[in-house]
Ligand binder design. Structure first.
Ligand code: AMP
Ligand code: MG
Length: 281
């Protein structure tokens, strides 16, 4: 088959120096195959992802300490749930630790913003998935002044220090910021309002939040400028095309897991002897 990626997805989507205002949300960076091929490739790439994830799980079961953490951020309707369902859904659930972070509870509010996050960092062998994350504490919180600026300003450094600590403990961190256009969001919200089976995804606040779009763009820019590190890089995924964002995140995870260089664990027993004993049993 012809080469469908013109460059590695990790290069095509790296956030280095990127201006949020310049993002073409309908682009498909690095991929020239188009929708039909992109969609057709997903199951096959999902199978590879599944094998790699099983190696990570086996590694954890045999004393290894590596883990992978996927952090998903994006405005409402950007497709975070679709990534969980269609990308993470292709791997064995016993190796996945999925956490979604909504409005903090009273108990969570009584603690430091990283308290609830720390409790959910993946354990050895796990693929952790954060559907929203500590970044909400410099996004929605910043846009709506939920804490004083003097407090949220410090959070960028606190987040970097936290992520460094997590990375140093053997976690490969992959941060994905999904971007849809304001128009595409409108279409997706309308679709939610036109389908009774989608009402549960809708919140009236989704509409009032649209008025804050420029403030959110600014808050996203600050994140990309201040928390895009070597140990926890940001990838910017244009998300108007769901087939593309799902394929792109699949490839990012394949890259992260391949980078661990894991193999199947060696047998901790004599295979030939066990076969002989089995025959005799
Ligand atoms: P959803 O992901 O659509 O279920 O919505 C979760 C909601 O929780 C979003 O509106 C987030 O902005 C909100 N949320 C998440 N984390 C925080 C936070 N730390 N403070 C305030 N709101 C938050
Ligand atoms: Mg929502």
């Amino acid at each position: 088959m012809a080469k469908l990626w013109t460059e590695p997805v990790t290069t095509a989507l790296r956030a280095d120096g990127l201006r949020v205002a310049d993002i073409d949300t309908s682009a498909t960076p690095g991929f020239i195959g188009g929708k039909q091929l992109g969609k057709a490739m997903l199951p096959e790439r999902g199978e590879l992802l599944s094998v790699l994830q099983e190696k990570l799980f086996a590694h954890g079961r045999t004393g290894g300490d590596r883990k992978v953490l996927l952090i998903l951020q994006g405005m409402d309707t950007a497709g975070k749930g679709g990534i969980v369902r269609h990308v993470i859904g292709s791997v064995d659930p016993q190796g996945v630790d999925h956490a979604s972070f909504g409005v903090p509870t009273e108990e969570e509010k009584a603690h430091d913003f990283l308290w609830r996050i720390r409790k959910r960092v993946p354990t050895p062998g796990q693929l952790g998935v954060f559907d929203r994350s500590h970044y909400e504490d410099v996004l929605v919180v910043r846009v709506h002044d939920l804490v004083p600026q003097s407090e949220w300003e410090q959070r960028y450094d606190q987040i970097n220090a936290f992520e460094k600590e997590v990375a140093d403990a053997g976690t490969t961190i992959v941060k994905v910021a999904m971007f849809v256009s304001l128009d595409e969001q409108k279409r997706r919200l309308r679709a939610r309002l036109e389908r009774p089976d989608k009402y549960w995804k809708f919140s009236p606040a989704d509409i009032t939040e649209r008025a804050f779009w420029p403030e959110y763009q600014k808050a996203y820019q600050a994140i990309l400028d201040r928390t895009n590190t070597d140990y926890a890089p940001w990838y910017v995924v244009p998300a108007d095309h769901k087939w593309y964002s799902r394929l792109a995140v699949t490839e990012l995870l394949i890259d992260a897991l391949t980078g661990l260089g894991l193999d199947w664990p060696k047998a901790g027993f004599d295979v030939a002897e066990q076969l002989r004993l089995l025959d005799q049993s």
